[in-house]
Design a protein around this ligand. Sequence first.
Ligand code: DAH
Length: 346
Amino acid sequence: MRTVLRAERDRGISLYQRAEDLESLEAAQTVVLGRKSAFSEIQRSLGALDPDERRDVGKIANEARQALTEAFDTRRSAMDAIVETALLAADAMDLSLPGRRARHGSFHPLTIVERELVQVFTSLGFKVAEGPEIEDDWHNFQALNIPPDHPARTMKDSLYVSVPGHPELLLRTETSAVQIRTMQSQPPPVYIVAPGRVFRRETPDATHSPVFHQLEGLAVDEGITFADLKGTLEAAVKALFGQDRRVRLGPAFFPFVEPGCEVGVSCFRCDGVGCTVCGSGWIELLGAGMVHPQVLENCGYDSERYTGFAFGMGIDRVALLKYAIPDIRMLFDGDMRFLAQFEGVA
Ligand code: DAH
C-alpha cells in the first residue's frame, strides 16, 4: 500500500505538471484522486487494517494527498498567470504604431483668391458690397445699357428663373448688377468691390462652367479720370502678381462703360516672352472702363458732376492661373484629394 500511494503521488504530480489547460488538469485529478482511483480504494480499505498499520498508512496517504493538492494549486496558478499574460498582451497598446494626426481644414482655392483680391482693394480704400444672385432684367441688363436685342438677353445665354408673377427673373450673368444696386442705395462717392457668383448657360468643359465667380469694382466721385482707373488697376495687379509685372490696356467694348478697355498683365511665369501658361506673354485679366454717363443717370447720379470707373475680373481665372489648375471643373467637383492641397490664409 505504501508503495502504491507513493507511486500514485508521483504519477499525479507528473500528470499535473504536464497538463496544458484547466480541463486536462482536472481530468488528471480525477484519475489520481477520483472515487475509482487506487488512492481512494486504499483509503476506503484503511478501516480493515490493524490500528498501528492504519495510522502509519493513513499518515502516508494524507501526506501524499497534500503533496498532490500543492502540485495541483501550483500548476493551476501557473496556468492563470499564462492566461493573464495572454490577455494583457492582447489588450496592450502598440506604442510603435504611428499616431493619427487630426487634419486641418483648408480653404478652397477660390476662397483664397477672393480674400486676397478683397484684401488688395480694401487696403486701397474700397468697401465690400453684395447683391442678390437672382436678379431682375432691369438691374442685370437695362440699367447697364444692355439693349433688348443684346445676345446676352436670349434664353440661349442666360439662365432664367421661373417664378409666377415675376416673369423677368434670372440668375445674374455678371456682378456688374451690384454697381446699380449700390448706386441706387447710396449717394456718391462710391468705392466698392463686389465678389460673387455669376451664372451663364454654358456647357461645362475645361475652360467653361455655368457657375463662376467675378469681382466687380466701382469708383464714382467728383473728378475721377481714366488715369485713376489705370493707377488703381496697376497697383492692384502688382500687389496680386508681383511688383515686376507690367500692365497693358487695349480697347474693348462693354455697354456700361465708355471708353471701355481690356487689361492684361505680363505673364508671371515667362514675363512677357510667351509660355504654356499665357501663350502670348500676356494674360488678359479683366474688363474695365469709365462708367457710362447713362448708367450714372439710370441710378439717379448727376453725370455732369460725377464720373467713375468700373472693372470686372474672373476670380476662377485668377485661381486657375495662380495654381496652374488645368480644368475649371476641378474647382467645383468637391474632390478632397484636390482641395486638401490648398492651405490657405484666413
Ligand atoms: N461684366 C463684364 C463681363 O462679365 C466684365 C466687366 C467689363 C465689368 C467692364 C466691368 C467693366 O465693370 O467696366 O464680362
